[in-house]
Design a protein around this ligand. Structure first.
Ligand code: AMP
Length: 509
């Protein structure tokens, strides 16, 4: 049996014939039949460019339907798809190419010269370009190549993709994802979220990340459904697409932005059956406001580059705001004591390190055996680095990243607990709690707060107000006001940036 993920997709795609696969707001469309032909032609070009099974294909291009077809063609020829964040600089790309040693680098047309220089330096043999208008030298290669209609034989554990983690500390690590990692997770998500041929997913996420690429596109391919494929998040386009859409997968900022628009109503969303959120925490307030306005309870799920998706709120049953739901079928979750050397499991209700095991969990970090050994345990559990608690109903709540934990005067302070209290105050939009070097306490709890425009809230008022709700050691010693929290494209608050910015707050305190 061929375990190539594309073989699974191909069977679905063949069965869908001329049904729509992708439509863009600009009117570009591909039926499933068109998409199969396009993957054959692109696969022919990849072969002609020298891509062999197991070779990495690095891709740093702007979002377009052809990028998805390139991903599929790469699977088809047995290549290892390696998407790169479009925001990476030439220097960062140099690191990735040097580390991954791809056989081919696909870049934007305007980046060709710089890309060729990096390729030369890092020993990457070939560079081609791909633009957003079916242009670029990759498309020229397609025109000259013989289509490849086969599907290279792959085993379950062969690599399908390498995704570099966002790397907030130290070097970015290449997460090796196998054909079975991706196949098993997309099958279980399709079932858990009830995707069928009738679905039309509004796709506004980047496709260099696990959320927009694997969660969104793989689930659609598994279901034989269709994608409304937007170059980026665009409020007008999303609102325009909702009457004909059935589902939206978003990061929390999608929902906060939608809520700021008067056009978001129950009437607008009456054809929609599912809104999902992930990649960063969705506040209970956003969840409630969205439900009040539209009647839809956003379904929050939790995953990461290394593990694909781990937990999800139920499709039927309670979607509990502030939780990421229950483990997906086949996924095991345990909460362990981070202080214990032998990963001692903690009972429900206690906060600890979230560890996960299942067919969704990656194979290891590319060329980092030590890191892999430290984080992927012999018994198959992966240490996620997320602190979490499981409630009596089995729902998982993420409390924050292990490295964001603040230790003040020897006490553990979970930023989320403090943020929740601050966020509930009148006049507060949102907050981020961080630990900063403090001469007495080791770390000083510090809050960075976004106020509602014109709210007369002061630092002293916030600190006073917290005194009734939180133990002294959890209360921020300082509160700073900002107009917006720094976020990356996936909506994650960049706490490292805040820690750097305010690092001298308690110097000499
Ligand atoms: P990435 O590898 O970029 O997908 O980032 C994964 C990390 O995002 C996880 O380890 C979590 O810290 C965070 N994350 C993903 N989904 C959620 C969620 N629903 N709630 C809170 N944090 C999340």
């Amino acid at each position: 049996m061929n375990h190539n993920l594309f073989a699974t997709f191909n069977a679905r795609m063949q069965a869908r014939g001329t049904a729509n696969f992708i439509t863009t707001p600009e009117g570009d469309t591909y039926s499933y039949a068109d998409a199969i032909t396009a993957t054959e032609r692109l696969a022919g070009a990849l072969k002609a460019l020298g891509v062999q099974p197991g070779d990495r294909v690095a891709v740093q291009v702007d979002k377009s339907p052809e990028v998805i077809l390139l991903y599929l063609a790469c699977l088809r020829v047995g290549g290892v798809y390696l998407p790169l964040n479009t925001g990476y600089t030439a220097e960062e790309v140099g690191y990735f190419l040097g580390d991954a040693e791809p056989a081919l680098f696909v870049c934007r047309p305007e980046a060709k010269d710089a890309a060729e220089a990096i390729a030369k330096e890092t020993g990457c043999p070939k560079v081609v370009t791909l633009g957003t208008h079916k242009d670029g030298t990759l498309m020229d290669a397609v025109a000259g190549a013989e289509p490849f209609t086969g599907i290279e034989q792959r085993d379950k554990d062969d690599l399908a993709a390498i995704l570099y983690t966002s790397g907030t500390t130290g070097r970015s690590k290449g997460a090796m994802l196998t054909h079975n990692n991706l196949a098993s997770n997309s099958a279980s998500l399709q079932e858990a979220w009830r995707f069928t041929e009738a679905d039309r997913l509004i796709h506004a996420l980047p496709i260099f990340h696990t959320h927009g690429l694997f969660v969104a596109c793989n689930v659609i391919l598994m279901a034989g459904a269709s994608l409304y494929f937007m170059a980026k998040f665009d409020l007008d386009q999303i609102i325009g697409a909702m009457p004909d859409g059935t589902s939206l997968m978003g990061v929390p900022t999608f929902y906060t932005r939608l809520l700021q628009d008067e056009r978001l109503t129950a009437e607008l969303t009456r054809n929609m059956r599912l809104f999902t959120s992930g990649s960063a925490p969705l506040t209970a307030e956003t969840h409630q406001k969205f439900q009040e306005r539209t009647g839809h309870a956003i379904l929050e799920r939790y995953g990461m580059t290394e593990t694909n998706m781990n937990t999800s709120n139920p499709y039927d049953g309670d979607r509990i705001a502030g939780t990421v739901g229950l483990p997906l079928p086949g996924v095991e979750i345990r909460i362990t004591d981070p202080e214990s050397s032998n990963h001692e499991p903690l009972p429900n209700g206690e906060i600890g390190m979230l560890e996960v095991r299942g067919p969704n969990v990656f194979k290891g970090y590319w060329r980092m055996p030590e890191k892999t050994k430290a984080e992927l345990l012999d018994d198959g559990f992966f240490i996620t680095g997320d602190l979490a608690v499981i409630d009596e109903r089995g729902y998982v709540q993420i409390v924050g990243r292990d490295k964001d934990l603040v230790i003040s005067g020897g006490f553990n302070v979970y930023p989320k607990e403090v943020e929740q209290v601050i966020d509930a105050m009148d006049g507060v939009v949102e907050s981020a709690v961080i630990g900063l070097p403090h001469p007495d306490f080791g770390e000083g709890v510090t809050a960075v707060v976004v106020k509602e425009p014109g709210a007369p809230l002061t630092e002293a008022e916030i600190i006073d107000n917290l005194a009734d709700h939180l133990a002294k050691f959890k209360q921020p010693k300082r509160v700073f006001f900002v107009s917006a929290l720094p976020r990356n494209t996936m909506g994650k608050v960049q706490k490292k940036q805040l820690r750097d910015e305010y690092k001298d707050t308690y110097a000499g305190a």
